[in-house]
Unconditional design. Structure first.
Length: 428
């Protein structure tokens, strides 16, 4: 079996062999679990990232990539990936929710509330109450201006937020990310004041979506159709946070759920898909429904079967994020061992902080022969060998080439969120 440099950085030979067997699709033994020493090493890396990214990667309490003039961070040149900020902000809120559940740290609770309040402000700033822009940032911030002035469309916010600019062309992935974060806060943050805030935000978003039959209608220029999974997620949220107010959504939820199953809306693509990010949205939807659907045994059984296929049946994708979602949703699953190995082994192989942006080209690396097609290996790459990304688990795990400028700092939610989910579910 191929040996990875991680064996020299803390993984045992048995753990390396197990991961290689997984990548090649023929794992047949139990995962050799991380030792207490390895877990401490992983936690130390996570905590270094926690300190690194907050508040630097959240200039408006919303996630961005930060590009500096140099690695001494003399000056911020511009923010990047602002157009996907809402999606990653939602996932960061989920990470904070699990972190608070695990630590009961009052500072983290304050941060949860800060992010929830910012999401509420986002639902107000465009003039269409309940609509979510991709981001709202200070118009006068040079680093943000360097991004939004080249982004179309962008608009000034309405009063009393005239100092801010919001970005349009909102898509379903922004709403999925925010729903993921708000759902996680609702379930995992056991604080009454926070739950009231979360409910207010969810209902504000829902009232706008329900008015337009779950179409995302921009106040300016675009409209985006719902899918059965999208509608099912928001209808289930409605029935969860206020079953009296939204009782009329039950039939629609039942229909959307059935349509999602009938159209294979819970199924993942293969690990070479160029549009692999859709799989991230699928597992986000699976997770939301799985942790909210606690009373209907038939639906819960379907969700368990579909999620097991995604996390265990597609385990050769070697995606720790997917594994974390599954184990958090179904911590008592009898099929826990392979996802546990993906979660622990994958996060341990995650690069060490600070992990600046860099270019990767594994095309001629014999470790990743043969190629399935141009630009993609037959098998998933080790985590540290993959091209870096804002959120690694949205990219095909077989992709050989990509990257960013060497002074880019990512928000690293792709290690923070799975780690804290692993803590609350008991698998880390």
């Amino acid at each position: 079996l191929l040996q990875n440099s991680s064996a020299l950085e803390g993984l045992s030979p048995d753990q390396v062999d197990w991961i290689d067997s997984l990548r090649f699709g023929n794992v047949s033994s139990m995962w050799p679990a991380l030792t207490e020493t390895q877990i401490r090493m992983l936690r130390d890396n996570v905590m270094q990232f926690e300190t690194l990214v907050w508040p630097a990667n959240f200039p408006f309490q919303q996630a961005v990539e930060v590009v500096y003039s140099d690695k001494e961070k003399s000056k911020i040149v511009y923010y990047d990936d602002c157009g996907d900020s809402a999606a990653w902000t939602g996932l960061y809120l989920a990470s904070l929710s699990h972190r608070y559940n695990s630590t009961r740290n009052a500072t983290i609770l304050d941060r949860v509330q800060l992010i929830v309040k910012k999401i509420y402000t986002m639902t107000q700033c465009t003039g269409k109450i309940g609509f979510l822009p991709r981001i709202m940032g200070l118009a006068s911030d040079p680093a943000f201006a360097a991004y939004y002035k080249g982004y179309k469309p962008h608009y000034l916010c309405v009063a009393p937020y005239e100092e801010y600019v919001w970005l349009g062309s909102t898509s379903r992935d922004m709403y999925f990310g925010i729903a993921f974060g708000l759902t996680s806060a609702w379930v995992y943050v056991q604080d009454e004041a926070t739950k009231l805030l979360v409910q207010q935000v969810i209902e504000t978003i829902l009232d706008d979506l329900i008015k337009y039959h779950f179409w995302i209608i921009s106040p300016k220029e675009t409209l985006t159709n719902p899918t059965p999974l999208f509608s099912a997620v928001f209808r289930k949220l409605a029935l969860t946070v206020n079953s009296t107010k939204y009782s009329n959504e039950q039939l629609g939820y039942d229909i959307d759920f059935a349509l999602t199953v009938a159209t294979r809306g819970f199924s993942l693509q293969d690990k070479w898909a160029s549009g692999y990010f859709v799989d991230e949205l699928t597992v986000e939807g699976l997770y939301i429904l799985s942790i909210l659907e606690i009373s209907n045994d038939t639906k819960r059984s379907i969700l368990f079967t579909e999620f097991t296929e995604a996390a265990v049946g597609h385990s050769d994708h070697f995606q720790p994020g997917f594994a974390a979602f599954y184990l958090s949703a179904f911590p008592s699953s009898p099929h826990f061992d392979i996802p546990k190995g993906v979660l622990q082994g994958g996060l341990f192989d995650y690069p060490s902080s600070p992990d600046w942006g860099h270019q990767v080209d594994q095309t001629n690396n014999s470790k990743y022969f043969p190629h399935k097609k141009e630009g993609y290996s037959e098998y998933a790459l080790w985590i540290r060998d993959r091209p870096p990304d804002t959120y690694q688990w949205q990219r095909a795990p077989t992709k050989l080439k990509g990257g960013d400028v060497s002074t880019m700092q990512y928000p690293h939610i792709d290690i923070l969120l799975p780690f804290w989910m692993g803590k609350t579910s008991g698998f880390i």
